[in-house]
Design a protein around this ligand. Structure first.
Ligand SMILES: [Zn+2]
Length: 224
């Protein structure tokens, strides 16, 4: 697959915007802005077809249809955590019925995001290493279920507890989160970097052509 389709879904919607960060920005507004920038980075730097989606409530039908039409490799729904006490770390939520391959991909993505952002994974259970498997009707499952099976891998990203001012949430709000996301996705799927083709310009032949044109034009000058 040379140009895999990768989808980002903005968590929550324009009416119900989710948790409020320590900066006063909602999950919805933050992830719409940062996810859009991540898509731009991926499109500019890598051979892939990234896209970002918003939804209303839990209507995922059109997104799922498009994912299937495009043969979507992976879907990341973007959120951030919120808790009444100060809590730390990133976690990636997947459905507990996900394929073994998705468990592995989510683990690799979590490792990259942790390494690139400098935010530690939450060790929910000794074996889960940053991944939180979600059972039916548990927190996050309504989102994961919405596109489950429509993309090869579906997961939900909770990069940190952003409702409080803590070192993790400051990293996520530093302006670098689009780079954290884009680079983690690129590394996880080993996306090919776009080659920048530079065409050498032969100045001497250009100069001689201008000379010839000027001779033909007589006194008129060619200005470039
Ligand atoms: Zn959320």
């Amino acid at each position: 697959m040379s140009r895999p389709f990768i989808g980002f879904i903005v968590g929550h919607d324009y009416k119900s915007k989710g948790a409020i960060s320590f900066t006063g920005v909602s999950e919805y507004d933050f992830n719409l802005d940062q996810g859009s920038q991540a898509v731009d980075i991926l499109r500019d730097r890598y051979n892939c077809e990234p896209a970002i989606f918003t939804k209303y409530k839990h209507d995922y039908r059109e997104i799922a249809e498009l994912y299937m039409a495009k043969g979507c490799l992976a879907s990341f729904e973007l959120h951030f955590n919120s808790y009444t006490k100060v809590a730390r770390g990133l976690e990636i939520l997947i459905r507990d019925t996900s394929s073994v391959e998705t468990w592995k991909v989510a683990d690799v993505f979590s490792d990259h995001l942790s390494e690139i952002s400098g935010i530690k994974e939450r060790h929910i259970m000794p074996t889960h290493d940053g991944i939180l498997p979600i059972g039916r009707k548990r927190r996050g499952d309504v989102c994961l279920a919405g596109v489950f099976g429509a993309a090869k891998h579906t997961m939900l990203v909770e990069p940190s507890f952003c409702n409080t001012d803590n070192p993790d949430s400051r990293k996520i709000f530093s302006g670098s989160y689009p780079i954290f996301l884009a680079e983690s996705v690129a590394k996880t799927f080993e996306l090919e970097e776009k080659k920048v083709v530079s065409v050498p310009i032969d100045i001497s032949s250009l100069a001689s052509r201008i000379d010839k044109i000027e001779q033909r034009l007589g006194s008129a000058r060619v200005i470039i």
